[in-house]
Design a protein around this ligand. Structure first.
Ligand SMILES: [Zn+2]
Ligand SMILES: [Zn+2]
Length: 106
């Protein structure tokens, strides 16, 4: 078993180590108290009113304004990554079809 130095979790906001004395928890990540602010109105947050979106924290008011009210239909839940190729519109991707095969690859 390799020796592993103690690693402090990195604050998603400023990418610096977060120590226990200053950590705030949101979205399964640890943030500095000083970084635990709404990205829009810069109001200080706590774990009860902070909402994380794309590595940024928002208060509930700003989140609602920016991303719409909950229960709107789209974009609910975490990790919904939409890759719309437009295939349903009749678009077809043909860029891959003329790629030469390299016998030395692999
Ligand atoms: Zn930070
Ligand atoms: Zn706000």
């Amino acid at each position: 078993m390799p020796f592993k130095p103690v690693e402090h979790p990195k604050c998603p906001k400023c990418s610096k180590s977060v120590y226990a004395a200053e950590e705030m928890l949101a979205a399964g990540q640890k943030w500095h108290k000083t970084c635990f602010k709404c990205g829009l109105c810069h109001k200080s947050l706590d774990s009860t009113n902070a909402t994380e979106h794309g590595g940024e924290l928002y208060c509930k008011q700003c989140y609602g304004r920016k991303f719409g009210p909950k229960g709107y239909g789209f974009g609910q839940g975490a990790g919904t990554l939409s890759m719309d190729t437009g295939a349903h519109l009749g678009n077809t991707e043909t860029q891959m079809s003329n790629k030469p095969t390299d016998p030395n690859y692999g």
